[in-house]
Design a protein around this ligand. Structure first.
Ligand SMILES: Cc1cc2nc3c(=O)[nH]c(=O)nc-3n(C[C@H](O)[C@H](O)[C@H](O)COP(=O)(O)O)c2cc1C
Length: 316
């Protein structure tokens, strides 16, 4: 799954980088080597239905290799999830140790998990056993303090992780400020597993800066940048920016897929507003266009707003 180094990963954005997005992104623009699917929350070990992995499973055999991600703090549930995933045909599983939301972190999940070294160690052990050779984690510098990750490096190094993705912010920081490249640079040599850098890559120049400054990383992971500019990964590899038509057609075809799979206008509106919250940046006057998109109360009103933003028909 990790081809030419460094790999370019699509980061998971819940509600945005779903299976149709991942497939169309790979088919239309290319440049992305692999994706992490948005997290599936683990319940109890007895109840891990395969359907919680439906989104990741929809990418099996597709153009963009996708690693399922889970979130939780129960090692038995993580082991059970590994079994379900292997039955589905996956040989990889990622554990979300970075989700910043307060109600998640306060329960010791997401970015709260590494704060408790014993609970963290039990999850790393369970994950490595459940998905031998294919278990990875994605995390921040810490929940409150930016020093947690460095303090856990020895513990992390005692497990055979496939890779460690680091988003160098704290949990309480959410997405404020900027990614702390000095802190990333300090923690990078402490980690034995291949490290993927994640955070604030919005242009080919941003990617070049990261790759030049940190030549030992195994990859970069791009989230909001690829949702705003779906051609970004290809551009990082030297392709010209995609045409306005290509981006508009991508959005229209994605909308058609969501319209056929979502029930009723409200979920479709919500899904498309979330998408356009990022994608508007591909267009001049994107901010004004986004305001109209956000005001839309029906899919037709939204398609009108998209049409005036892109100057292309948005009809399904
Ligand atoms: C709306 C939204 C949803 C997200 N969902 C997830 C998720 O399911 N799993 C995860 O590990 N990170 C999730 N993230 C974090 C991103 O994967 C990524 O780490 C973060 O956006 C920083 O990278 P970027 O600057 O390239 O976007 C989410 C971020 C946003 C904004």
């Amino acid at each position: 799954m990790e081809p030419a180094t460094p790999a370019i990963w699509l980061a998971p954005l819940r509600g945005v980088t779903l299976a149709p997005f991942r497939r169309l992104l790979a088919e239309r623009f290319g440049g992305v080597d692999a994706a992490l699917a948005p997290f599936a929350a683990l319940g109890s070990a007895e109840k891990i239905p395969a359907r919680i992995f439906a989104d990741a499973a929809a990418s099996l055999g597709g153009p963009l290799p996708t690693v399922p991600q889970v979130i939780g703090r129960d090692p038995a549930a993580l082991r059970a999830a590994g079994l379900v995933l292997r039955d589905l045909g996956f040989d990889r599983m990622d554990l979300n140790c970075g989700c910043p939301w307060k109600f998640v972190a306060r329960k010791g999940r997401g970015s709260g998990l590494p704060e408790d070294p014993d609970a963290f160690a039990r999850m790393l052990e369970a994950g490595c056993e459940a998905m031998p050779g294919g278990f990875s984690i994605k995390l921040r510098l810490g929940y409150r303090s930016p020093d947690t990750l460095a303090a856990r490096a020895k513990l992390i190094n005692s497990f055979p992780l496939r890779c460690v993705t680091v988003h160098p912010r704290t949990g309480v920081q959410m997405y404020d400020g900027s990614a702390d490249l000095d802190a990333f640079g300090a923690v990078l040599p402490l980690l034995r597993a291949p490290v993927v850098y994640n955070g604030d890559i919005a242009s080919p120049a941003d990617a070049a800066r990261i790759l030049e400054r940190f030549p030992s990383i195994s990859g970069i992971m791009v989230g909001r940048g690829l949702c705003a500019h779906p051609g970004l990964a290809a551009q990082i590899r030297g392709a010209p920016p995609p045409s306005r038509e290509a981006v508009a057609a991508f959005a229209r075809d994605l909308a058609a897929e969501y319209a056929s799979s979502l029930c009723g206008p409200a979920p479709l509106l919500g899904r498309l507003k979330e998408l356009w919250g990022y994608l508007h940046r591909s267009f001049e006057d994107g901010d004004e266009g986004l305001r109209r998109i956000q005001r839309a109360t029906t899919p037709d009103a939204l398609f009108d707003a998209v049409e005036s933003l892109t100057a292309l028909s948005a009809r399904l």
